[in-house]
Design a binder for this molecule. Structure first.
Ligand SMILES: Cc1cc2nc3c(=O)[nH]c(=O)nc-3n(C[C@H](O)[C@H](O)[C@H](O)COP(=O)(O)O)c2cc1C
Length: 260
């Protein structure tokens, strides 16, 4: 089983995305999967120029750029699974990930045809007869409310349905600022273990068990959200002052020792 894993955080190796992705990949490797991982931010991926050369002049290949996407498209074609981890940026995916998605357009044919399973929708057929590639996305966000992931979730479900990739799991983790905090590693150990178990199950069974799915769906954080926000605001205040700026918080900001 071949896995292409992409970390879309600009923070690369130090990112919370990598802490989460790494746990999943541990399980996949342990169960024998052949895993290739890249950090998108370290690759050379130019923005699509919108020329449609990859459809009409050099079908299946970008007509403009010879960059990291040449290799990535080949790796994606060979992969059974695409596993991506990235932070929520402006309620959606970071620019590095959007660049990657835009540059997948050579994988579609230009023809406009009825969607095979969604009556009333048109789509572009896939250029390469796929083997039913599956997708897993792990996304963490700074804020604690799951609602912030709504636009990303809708986007990914739509992309999956239009590209024929089956979305096996969308793992959403709010309160990302706590996930790597040294004080909370014991607290999160079962969550990281559930990710590793998920990797084993993906490799061995091709999907997640209901138990693992339920463990990963938990949005628990080790402290009340109000305390998290108060500590974050205190940190912002201190850092602003250290840099010689005004550290006065807005009157509605939760701060340690103050209500609301
Ligand atoms: C440009 C930018 C946009 C962000 N947008 C959001 C957002 O819309 N919602 C949110 O909860 N956090 C947002 N965040 C916070 C990140 O999602 C959060 O810091 C995350 O834990 C970073 O994960 P990483 O270490 O994997 O990069 C944003 C951060 C940046 C730098």
């Amino acid at each position: 089983m071949k896995v292409l894993a992409l970390n879309g955080s600009p923070r690369g190796e130090k990112s919370t995305s990598q802490r989460l992705l790494g746990s999943l990949l541990d399980g996949l490797r342990e169960a024998g999967a052949d895993v290739t991982q890249h950090y998108l931010a370290q690759l050379d991926i130019h923005p699509c120029t919108g020329c449609f050369g990859c459809w009409l002049r050099t079908p299946g290949q970008c007509s403009v750029w010879r960059d990291s996407m040449d290799g990535l498209l080949a790796e994606l074609e060979a992969a059974d699974w695409l596993i991506m981890a990235y932070p929520l940026y402006v309620y959606n995916m970071p620019a590095q990930v959007k660049l990657f998605y835009d540059r997948l357009i050579p994988g579609a044919l230009p023809w406009i045809v009825p969607h095979p399973t969604r009556p009333g929708l048109m789509t572009h057929p896939r250029r390469f007869a796929g083997k039913g590639r599956k997708l897993v996305v792990i996304c963490n966000a700074g804020l604690c409310e799951l609602e912030h992931f709504g636009p990303l979730k809708a986007t990914l479900e739509y992309i999956a349905s239009q590209t024929g990739m089956a979305m096996e799991a969308l793992i959403l983790k709010p309160g990302g600022g706590l996930l790597q905090h040294p004080l909370f590693q014991d607290f999160f150990a079962p969550y990281y273990a559930a990710l590793t178990q998920a990797g084993r199950e993906l490799a061995a069974a091709g999907g997640l068990s209901p138990e693992t799915r339920a463990a990963l769906a938990q949005e628990y954080i080790p402290i009340p959200a109000e305390e998290y926000y108060a500590q974050a605001n205190a940190h912002f205040q201190q850092t602003l002052i250290e840099h010689g700026h005004d550290g006065t918080p807005p009157p509605t900001a939760p701060m340690p020792g103050k209500a609301g």
